[in-house]
Structure formats: structure tokens, C-alpha cells
Design a protein around this ligand. Structure first.
Ligand SMILES: Cc1cc2nc3c(=O)[nH]c(=O)nc-3n(C[C@H](O)[C@H](O)[C@H](O)COP(=O)(O)OP(=O)(O)OC[C@H]3O[C@@H](n4cnc5c(N)ncnc54)[C@H](O)[C@@H]3O)c2cc1C
Length: 591
């Protein structure tokens, strides 16, 4: 069976910060560029980013990209690739000022410079004391950024396909990527987007967990599509739990609140972070703070009738500062916790927030195969990609920066690569749509199958209980078995509504096909990594003199690669060679 084909120079899947930044590069270079998105561009999850975007502008105090690089390597627990980290931190001032020139309405200092606030793990002078590095527009930085990028794309005549869901990559026998197959949600029509370059910017997959700060659309579609096309996924065991999700609701309270002076307290009102991170205290990196909170709760010092949360206190701040710098947070607290933070502390718990792993790329945005070669025609940027700058733990505000830097660099690489490609498109293989159409037909004709909502819930609960902030050997082993069982249910999902127009049931079933790939890779990689590092902390890899923090560099200082076919695992070395400066040598991490 054949489907309609549309031809473009480049197709970008995703219209969040990474997709829009890449699109500006391509459209302004005159390439015929299509951007596909499940939602209107400015509703992408980037819109929810609150706290800021990092860059060593040094607007309020001395700062240097090399310090930023050091903090990022340390934050990553030395799993980040040092070439990519240097590239990102050096480029940061340039891309942030560029964004300002695109019209981004940053807050200002009294001298009219971009306002910067402190953020967890960002320090001056190679780890001395917190530094003001997060460039912010109140507590709505992502919102301001996404709108600025979208407007710039409108000016550049980028062609948007809004409410289109990409279903699968098109890859030929040589392994070259030739575009995607996508579903128009409004009509149910399936169309091929034939392109010389395909850029994935599909964002995160936090919805594999039960409690998440992520939007409902964050279902890891890019990862699912890449995995089905035989591309490995990198470092999937590393998930960041943000310390401050509103207890019971999951909605995020930005770390910027602690940057502005907020303090975490246990039931006794104690500022417990002083015990866990005497130097950085409440501004230690996220994995450290999340674990401290869970330890307080587990040891009976949690708040409330069930002792199951701690509080974030800003009652000592000037109400005028709260209204000016954190208006969105006050609104969220009132709406979701019924508490005005000017008057009372906010109940918070660690909540799944960010995936450090993803589709393997280099710092140019090219996707990298298992054997280290690049995949012709395929690029990825943003949260779906693993460059790897965040390693085992991302620092706050480094993701918005990642979108700008790698969105732009992947666009530049596409332009360079395309100049070397033949003028005409490489022909599509005869059977390019077969697997996708078979998947759709299976869903259409399924009888006596499983319920999508129930299956997804089972997956989310399994991930939450077996692969959370702390990880236990037995729970992980059991988790692998459970997820493999749930995968069988995903293979037989059934939808009752067969209509073509705006069928959200079909979309949710197709999203579950992607979620399960992410969940499976996460559980399997976490079970395999027998050490603690960054966000991955196991009970059977405790803190000892031989292995401080449970980290075992001799055996585990390496990236994981998972392949869907046979759940095969392999490993590759961490790149310890920066582009221009000296290696930041392995060290024990403490804050
Ligand atoms: C609540 C919250 C607050 C945050 N705050 C900060 C912060 O202050 N600073 C910071 O640095 N980071 C922050 N982060 C992290 C950061 O915002 C995200 O990592 C980042 O915005 C992801 O951007 P992206 O462009 O990769 O993807 P997204 O913005 O998630 O966009 C993904 C795009 O892909 C599209 N898409 C997905 N699948 C398909 C498909 N199958 N077909 C077509 N289109 C598809 C979507 O429609 C969307 O347009 C925050 C995250 C959250 C959840």
C-alpha cells in the first residue's frame, strides 16, 4: 500500500526550544524546512520552564565559562563528555545574547543588564560558592524563550505542521535516514515526509513515571521511533528527580525559589540540607537534595499527617520580591497546594523531571551508531538527545542552554552536510511504510486486547516503585520482569473508538508504543549498572572508602548503549578530552 509523499530539504520533529532553534538556522539559510508538532509550538513543554537559562555572563559578579564547564562535569558525576560540555559552556554567552536580540524579555539588573540568579550546583572559581549564572525572565523563562523563538520562525517563514504526530523513521538498507511517516491528527491521514535531513527534537519522556513534572505529551516518541529503527539509546538509567514538585500534584516549583533564598525544612522546622551539603546547602545539585529529602521522610522526619513530604519555606522573603521574581510559583502554590507561600511554607516531594539519556549524538547534533559512526541524514537535539552534556545528573538551567546550543549546532551541521549531498533526494525504498501501516492495522483490528489507560498506569507505577530516587537490587530485578510482562500488554492494546477525525484514543495508544521502549530501556540499564553515580543510586553500591558515594570508576566510568533488538547492552568510553582546555580529572563529588 502506498501513502502520499511530501518532499522537503529538512524535516524537524518537535517545536519546543530545540526544534525551533534548529528551524531558525535552517529556514534563515533558505532550506525548505517542515516542523512537525503534536501541539501548537508554544504549547511544547519548554513553555513550562521556570527558573532560567545558564550562561557565564558575569552580569552581577565575576564568572567564567571554564567554571561553568567544571560545574557541569562535576554535576554529571564525570559521566558527561568533556568535548560537548566545553562546547556548550563556551557557546552559552553567545546564544543567550542572540536570544536577547531575538526579542527575549529577560528581567534586568539596575544597570539594564540581563538579571541572573544562583542555581543548584553553579559555583564560582571551580566549586567555591554559589554564583549568579541563571538568566531569568521572572519564573517564566521557558515561556518567554519559546515565544521569542516562535516569532523568529514566523519571520523566517518556517513551515509548521501543527497537530501532526510522527510515527516512524524512514531508514533504508544502507542505514540512511530519509524522513518520517506521520499522522495528521485532525483527519487521521498518514503521510510520508521525505527529507535529506531529519532532526529529532521531540523532548522528554517523564510520563513513564507515575509522578512527573512533565507535560502529558512528553511520551518519548523520538526515542521510541529511533529504537524501532535500530538506533541505540544511551544512558537511559539516568533520570532526574526534581526536589520540589508540589506534594500530591507533581507540578514543579522551580529551584529558582531556593536561588532567591528559599529553605527546605523537615517536620521539626530544621534546615536539614546543612547536614547533607554543608557548603552549598539548599543549592546542592538536584540528585543530592532529592536523596536528602527522601532520607528525611524515610527516617520519620517528614511533615503532614502521613509524614510524607517536607516544606519549602520562603515566608522570610520580602513579599514584594516574591511578587516580582516568583509570581508564577505563588500562583501554583495557591492553585495546587492551597497555600500562599508569602504566609506559609509549600509542601514538596521529589518528582520525576528530566531524562539525562537519549539518542546518542556528538556536539554537532549528528546521531551516532553503536559502532561510533554517524547515521547519515539523522540529527537530534534537546532533551531527546544525549550529547552527552548532562551525564549522570543535569544541573538546573543547563537544559534550556542545551536547546539553544545544540538546536543551533545541529542546524549548522545539517546545512554543512547538505552542501555535500546530491541535489536530488535519495529514493525511498519500495516498502518504506509497511511496518508503520502494519502497526496501525494491528491496533485497528485488535480484539480482546488490553486497555491503554490501565496498561500505561501499570507501567507508570512499576517505574515509580521499582526505579525511583533510590534503587534496590531486588526491586530492579523484579521491575525488569514486570516491564517485560507489561510490554506484552502494550503489543495487544485495543481501542474502541475507530473514528479517523481527532481520535485521541488512537494517539494515546501510539504514544504508549513509545513509552514502553523508554521504560524498558530505563529499567534494563538501571538493573545492569552495578554502581551509584549521579541520579542512579543503588542500595547494593553504598558509600565506602574504596567507592566514595558508591561510584566505581574502574568498572563503570562508561556510557551505556541499549538496543531494542534483544535488549542488548554495550558500553562506550566517556570522552574525557575537552576541545581546548585540560581534562577535568575524576574526583569524588561533594557539595
Ligand atoms: C516544569 C518544567 C520546568 C523546567 N524548568 C527548566 C528551567 O528553568 N531551566 C532549564 O534549563 N530547564 C528546565 N526544564 C527542562 C527543560 O524545560 C526541557 O528539558 C526542555 O524544555 C525540553 O525542550 P525540547 O525542545 O527538547 O522539547 P519540548 O519542549 O518538550 O518539545 C517537544 C516537541 O516535540 C513535539 N513532539 C513530540 N513527539 C512528537 C511526535 N511524535 N510527532 C510530532 N511532534 C512531536 C512536541 O509537540 C513538542 O513540540 C524544565 C522542565 C519542566 C518539565
Amino acid at each position: 500500500m502506498s501513502i502520499p509523499v511530501r518532499k522537503f530539504d529538512a524535516v524537524i520533529v518537535g517545536a519546543g526550544g530545540a526544534g525551533l532553534r534548529a528551524a531558525i538556522q535552517l529556514s534563515e539559510a533558505g532550506l525548505k524546512t517542515a516542523v512537525l508538532s503534536k501541539v501548537f509550538p508554544t504549547r511544547s513543554h519548554t513553555v513550562a520552564a521556570q527558573g532560567g537559562v545558564s550562561a557565564s555572563l558575569g552580569n552581577s559578579e565575576e564568572d567564567h565559562w571554564h567554571w561553568h564547564m567544571y560545574d557541569t562535569v562535576k554535576g554529571s558525576d564525570w559521566l558527561g563528555d568533556q568535548d560537548a560540555i566545553e562546547f556548550m559552556c563556551r557557546k552559552a554567552p553567545e546564544v543567550v545574547v542572540e536570544l536577547e536580540h531575538f526579542g527575549m524579555p529577560f528581567d534586568r539588573t539596575d544597570e539594564g543588564k540581563i538579571y541572573q540568579r544562583p542555581f543548584g550546583g553553579h559555583m564560582s572559581n571551580f566549586g567555591e560558592k554559589p554564583v549568579r549564572r541563571a538568566c531569568a525572565a521572572a519564573d517564566r523563562t521557558g515561556h518567554a524563550m519559546l515565544h521569542a523563538l516562535y516569532q523568529r520562525n514566523v519571520k523566517a517563514n518556517t513551515q509548521f505542521f501543527v497537530e501532526w504526530m510522527a510515527l516512524d523513521l524512514i531508514r533504508d538498507e544502507d542505514g540512511q535516514v530519509l524522513g518520517v511517516i506521520a499522522l495528521e491528527m485532525e483527519t487521521g491521514e498518514v503521510v510520508a515526509f521525505h527529507a535529506k535531513a531529519t532532526v529529532f527534537a521531540t523532548g522528554g519522556a517523564g510520563r513513564i513515571f507515575y509522578s512527573s513534572t512533565n507535560a502529558f505529551i512528553n511520551t518519548g516518541d523520538g526515542l521510541g521511533m529511533a529504537a524501532r529503527a535500530g538506533i541505540p539509546l544511551e544512558d537511559m538509567e539516568f533520570w532526574q528527580f526534581h526536589p520540589t514538585g508540589v506534594a500530591g500534584a507533581g507540578v514543579l516549583i522551580t529551584e529558582g525559589v531556593r536561588g532567591e533564598g528559599g529553605i527546605l525544612r523537615n517536620a521539626a522546622g530544621e534546615r536539614f540540607m546543612e547536614r547533607y551539603a554543608p557548603n552549598a546547602k539548599d543549592l546542592a545539585s538536584r540528585d543530592v537534595v532529592s536523596r536528602a529529602m527522601v532520607t528525611e521522610i524515610n527516617e520519620g522526619r517528614g511533615c503532614g499527617p502521613n509524614k510524607d513530604f517536607v516544606t519549602l519555606d520562603i515566608t522570610h522573603l520580602d513579599p514584594a520580591t516574591i511578587m516580582k521574581r516568583l509570581p508564577g510559583i505563588r500562583e501554583i502554590s495557591i492553585q495546587f497546594a492551597g497555600i500562599d507561600p508569602i504566609k506559609a511554607p509549600i509542601p514538596v516531594v521529589p518528582t520525576c523531571h528530566y531524562q539525562m539519556g537519549g539518542i546518542p549524538t556528538n556536539y554537532k547534533g549528528q546521531v551516532i551508531n553503536e559502532n561510533g559512526s554517524t547515521v547519515t541524514g539523522f540529527y537530534a537535539a534537546g532533551e531527546c538527545a544525549c550529547a552527552s552534556v548532562h551525564g549522570a545528573n543535569r544541573l538546573g538551567t543547563n537544559s534550556l542552554l542545551d536547546l539553544l546550543v545544540f538546536g543551533k549546532s545541529s542546524g549548522d551541521t545539517v546545512i554543512e552536510d547538505m552542501a555535500k549531498m546530491p541535489k536530488t533526494h535519495k529514493e525511498l525504498p519500495a516498502n518504506f511504510a509497511d511496518k508503520t501501516l502494519a502497526r496501525l492495522a494491528r491496533l485497528e483490528n485488535q480484539k480482546n486486547g488490553s486497555n491503554v489507560h490501565e496498561t500505561r498506569l501499570a507501567m507508570q507505577r512499576t517505574m515509580q516503585n521499582h526505579c525511583g530516587v533510590f534503587r534496590f537490587k531486588d526491586k530492579l530485578e523484579e521491575g525488569v520482569q514486570k516491564i517485560l510482562e507489561i510490554e506484552k500488554q502494550v503489543a495487544i492494546t485495543e481501542i474502541k473508538d475507530k473514528s479517523k477525525v481527532w481520535n485521541t484514543a488512537r494517539v494515546e495508544a501510539l504514544e504508549l508504543d513509545n513509552l514502553i521502549e523508554v521504560a524498558k530501556s530505563t529499567m534494563i540499564c538501571a538493573n545492569a549498572r552495578k554502581e551509584s553515580r549521579g541520579a542512579h543510586v543503588r542500595d547494593d553500591a553504598p558509600d565506602t572508602a574504596e567507592f566514595p558515594n558508591g561510584r566505581n570508576d574502574k568498572e563503570w566510568h562508561k556510557h551505556t548503549l541499549w538496543q531494542r533488538d534483544g535488549n542488548k547492552l554495550s558500553y562506550k568510553p566517556v570522552n574525557m578530552t575537552p576541545l581546548s582546555v585540560e581534562t577535568i580529572a575524576l574526583k569524588t563529588r561533594s557539595y
